[in-house]
Design a protein around this ligand. Structure first.
Ligand SMILES: *Cc1c(COP(=O)(O)O)cnc(C)c1O
Length: 372
């Protein structure tokens, strides 16, 4: 039986040629023409003044927090439904994680619930553009401006997504991206920070390379990091970014096909898209009305028996032992996150998936759910 993975990168001869060229050039480490080119084209793609490569998306988050000098005693607001890296980066910086609930439709942080989480210690908000749908940046930016808080967009899952026609990564004070193997474009492991702020950019370059003095080699005035990307990864990234519009068009088609073949079922909810948003469908999301965690896990196993890979939604960050203090009562402080996470799974979403495979996945799903 053929196995349909949840995700798979698309690697063509051109990626192989560029990486081979990078290897042969001898520039295999953190200098080289592909790094410069990747940063240039990525900034252009996001319509930002600057873009800075880093080792991965988690480093990108941590570096951004470090540039803003966010530290112990500070608070950073994150959504409850996200990949754990968003919260962990805040802890790496030594600051406290303040968890806010999500919106039902976008699955992103709920702007209406942000303001009551703000205290005199709040330094930043990290909205996450979850599963390819942008967060409500218009409202988030206006709240941030009012309270003089920086906004770091976690766009790790949303390369090319837009809010009212404006690319994510260019709306907040800075944006962070991931190029992990299952993301919209990949460099194996990799990340990027985008910004229009020259001072931020220069400080990020400095901290990325051990905070070494520009004028005095091996002189350091603060503790920096080695968060540099390699030229090999950048070579892969350059080609992937050239192909991004092709990738995004296919992801939209994949969504349309799932919608087409799933239309007979009433109790499955597919990705929703706000009218102001361009969704890039990092992952097809389905939520099954009335499901709990046990039923959901059983569904994932049944799909796997039929050769179909799937994955559960992220668990609420506030349920993790390290962050659990937010939910000590029976009523979760994040009711929407807690209502939704256990109903949701992601289905195979990638460039090379075929219409027949999507049709098969939907048929099996209907059989399992008894809607044949
Ligand atoms: C993938 C991801 C990250 C982390 O990126 P890595 O490159 O894996 O470190 C951060 N935030 C979100 C929302 C992600 O999906």
């Amino acid at each position: 039986m053929k196995f349909i993975p949840i995700s798979k990168p698309s690697i063509t001869q051109k990626e192989i040629d560029y990486v081979t060229d990078a290897v042969k050039s001898g520039w295999v480490s953190s200098f080289g023409k592909y790094l410069e080119e990747f940063e240039d084209v990525f900034a252009h793609f996001c319509n930002t003044g600057y873009a800075l490569t880093v080792m991965n998306g988690t480093c990108a988050l941590h570096l951004a927090l470090a540039v803003y000098d966010i530290k112990e005693g500070d608070e950073v607001i994150v959504p409850d439904l996200t990949f754990i890296a968003t919260a962990n980066a805040v802890r790496y910086a030594g600051a406290n994680v303040v968890i806010v609930d999500i919106e039902r439709d976008t699955l992103c942080i709920d702007p209406d619930k942000i303001e009551r989480a703000i205290t005199k210690n709040t330094k930043a908000i990290i909205p996450v553009h979850l599963y390819g749908h942008p967060a409500n940046m218009v409202e988030i930016m206006s709240i941030a401006k009012k309270h003089n808080i920086v906004v770091i967009e976690d766009a790790a899952e949303a390369h090319g997504a837009e809010v009212n026609g404006i690319k994510v990564g260019s709306i907040g004070d800075c944006g962070v991206f991931s190029f992990y193997g299952n993301k919209i474009i990949t460099t194996g492991e990799g990340g990027m920070i985008t910004t229009n702020d020259k001072d931020f950019y220069e400080k990020a370059i400095y901290l990325r390379d051990h905070a070494m003095s520009k004028s005095k080699r091996y002189w350091h005035t603060q503790i920096g990091y080695n968060y540099r990307m390699t030229n090999l990864q950048a070579a892969l990234g350059v080609v992937q970014l050239e192909r991004i519009n092709e990738f995004l068009a296919k992801r939209k088609l994949v969504f349309e096909l799932y919608k087409k073949y799933m239309s007979s079922s009433l109790n499955i909810r597919l990705n929703q898209t706000s009218q102001w948003a361009k969704n890039v469908y990092w992952m097809i999301c389905i939520e099954i009305e009335g499901y709990n965690e046990i039923q959901r896990d059983a569904l994932i196993i049944k799909l796997k028996e039929k050769g179909i890979d799937s994955r559960p939604y992220f668990y609420p960050v506030s349920d993790m032992p390290m962050y659990a203090k937010a939910n000590t009562t029976d009523t979760p402080v994040t009711p929407v996150t807690h209502e939704i996470y256990c109903k949701g799974i992601n289905l195979p979403t990638y460039f090379d998936i075929t219409e027949d495979e999507i049709k098969y996945i939907c048929q099996i799903l209907m059989e399992i759910l008894g809607n044949v």
